[in-house]
Unconditional design. Structure first.
Length: 314
């Protein structure tokens, strides 16, 4: 199994001299699009969310999104191309959360910001304000740190819901996620989680930068809201109906992503994935002009449609 995973890192498929975009906390003007209504609101816990939807579209299904950046960088601008792209091509409203960042706001602040937005959006006031119909579909997802938040939030939502009766989350989207601190890998997975030790030369993320982000974030290694892979395996049953993974082959987080996806499948979730061999962590954000980044976008659109409309394949 280990050799099977390693094949995804070789060869390095990043073309020589590829420009690497760096993440920033900077607030830039919002993207505009003649087909979309894009606006921001501040929800009850004073967290800003950016909403993307087709003009004159009402009572849409919802996709709650969280950006990446190791919990210490990134902003609503990080995916201000991805989110409107989804809203234009899928019958869905995308809501992106500007959660607070460490080290100024250490763990669990960012997690709780996102949790409170989830609790608000499923309330009558939230659903009406954003003009969504969660019975039509309720997706939660993110990139990198946002995928980590997605897993922890979904597990808590299932086992400690904010209200006695809550709409079920129908799908989870994990792009280049992380689910466990390397020092506390589950014993039954430890022999197969090797990429985090072997890949320390890739752009975007290394074992060194993983530790840097962890120290800034301020979580404990074994807190399940930071290392959700430590939750009991059986506790993932019925957390959601469907999950989708975009996994990067030249990424120290590769192996835990493959194993987490496999575990969810074994617990009865309908899971689909795409593995991008030889490409670094979150390449679609840091290398948006690569042809394969366009492939990622098409696969993403197909995956979101599959989760919302019950398509049989992606």
């Amino acid at each position: 199994m280990v050799e099977e995973y390693r094949q995804y890192a070789i060869p390095n498929n990043l073309p020589p001299n590829t420009p690497i975009d760096r993440m920033t906390r900077d607030r830039l003007p919002m993207a505009t699009d003649p087909e979309l209504d894009i606006h921001e609101i501040i929800v009850e816990n004073q967290t800003t969310v950016r909403i993307y939807r087709r003009k004159n579209a009402h009572a849409l299904p919802l996709f709650v999104y969280m950006h990446g950046g190791g919990f210490v960088t990134g902003s609503l601008e990080t995916d201000d191309k991805t989110c409107p792209g989804i809203a234009k091509q899928v019958d869905v409203c995308v809501l992106s959360i500007e959660y607070r960042l460490a080290p100024e706001h250490p763990f669990p602040t960012g997690f709780e910001d996102c949790w409170e937005v989830l609790a608000w959006i499923i309330s009558e006031d939230g659903e009406a304000t954003v003009d969504v119909d969660l019975e039509r579909g309720f997706l939660v997802g993110g990139t990198s740190a946002g995928a980590n938040l997605t897993a922890g939030l979904a597990h808590q939502y299932k086992h400690c819901p904010p209200y006695p009766k809550c709409p079920q989350i129908t799908g989870l989207v994990f792009w280049a996620g992380s689910w466990c601190h390397p020092d506390v890998r589950p014993a039954h997975m430890r022999p197969d989680i090797l990429s985090v030790d072997e890949i320390d030369d890739a752009p975007g993320l290394t074992r060194t930068s993983i530790e840097y982000f962890f120290q800034k974030y301020g979580a404990s290694r074994d807190n399940v809201r930071y290392s959700p892979l430590l939750n009991d395996v059986e506790s993932w049953q019925n957390v959601v109906r469907k999950a989708y993974f975009a996994i990067c082959g030249w990424d120290p987080r590769r192996d835990e992503a493959i194993l987490f996806a496999k575990m969810l499948t074994e617990q009865g979730l309908d899971m689909k994935d795409h593995i991008y061999a030889g490409l670094p962590h979150g390449f679609w954000t840091t290398c948006p002009n690569l042809p394969v980044s366009k492939d990622w976008e098409m696969n993403t659109i197909a995956a979101v449609k599959w989760m919302l409309k019950g398509q049989t394949s992606i």
